[in-house]
Write a protein that binds this ligand. Structure first.
Ligand code: SAM
Length: 184
């Protein structure tokens, strides 16, 4: 259990394409971190760039967000499924409506949220405990993940979650207020 007793949240990014997905994969990890996930697992093309971005943002803005690369994501997912200790959520426009499905997803077990990049293998649909759509129109893994996490995980106490930051943004109506702990 992490951050106040809620279960561990992992995001598995399938099918990263180094040429095509550089920015969106990077934003996916930042969104996972900002909305409550504990880690992101990257798969597809090996690409150190998003991993470096996530590590750098975590160092500057705090917390213990983890990131790693997985050579064999389907085997990894199959092992997670066999262990029975996680709930596997696959976000897909073909899935069941999130507003309904989310009510049946336990908050007692760690969850693995799977999002695609290139064409998603049918095995993922079979391994998932829930195939969930955020509307049935094609859009983006970043939007889908943000809405799912906000709906399932709910509000985040950034102060307690993003510990030991170098930089902390103070919400303000006008302009930017940033506390730089490095300067204090
Ligand atoms: N070509 C991929 C496939 O075969 O499914 C999908 C491409 S889509 C841009 C990338 C990912 O965004 C999907 O795998 C899914 O995880 C997510 N996504 C896109 N639209 C979605 C929706 N309406 N609901 C849930 N997830 C969605």
């Amino acid at each position: 259990m992490d951050h106040g007793g809620t279960p561990r949240i992992s995001v598995l990014r399938l099918g990263h394409r180094i040429e095509r997905d550089k920015r969106i994969t990077s934003h996916l990890g930042l969104t996972a971190r900002a909305f409550g996930a504990d880690e992101i697992i990257l798969s597809g093309d090996w690409d150190p760039s998003p991993l470096e971005t996530w590590e750098s943002v975590t160092k500057r803005f705090g917390g213990n967000f983890g990131s790693s690369f997985e050579e064999s994501p389907i085997s990894w997912l199959r092992n997670a499924s066999k262990s029975g200790s996680n709930t596997i959520i696959h976000l897909t426009m073909y899935g069941e409506p999130w507003r309904e499905s989310i009510k049946s997803i336990s908050h007692e077990k760690p969850i693995i949220i799977v999002v695609g990049g290139t064409k998603v293998s049918g095995q993922v649909y079979d391994l998932a405990d829930h195939n969930i759509s955020i509307g049935n129109q094609p859009h983006s893994e970043v939007a889908a993940l943000a809405i799912f996490l906000e709906s399932w995980f709910g509000p985040i106490d950034e102060y307690s979650r993003f510990t030991s930051p170098e930089l902390r943004v103070i919400p303000s109506a006008v302009g930017k207020t940033v506390i730089n702990d490095e300067e204090e």
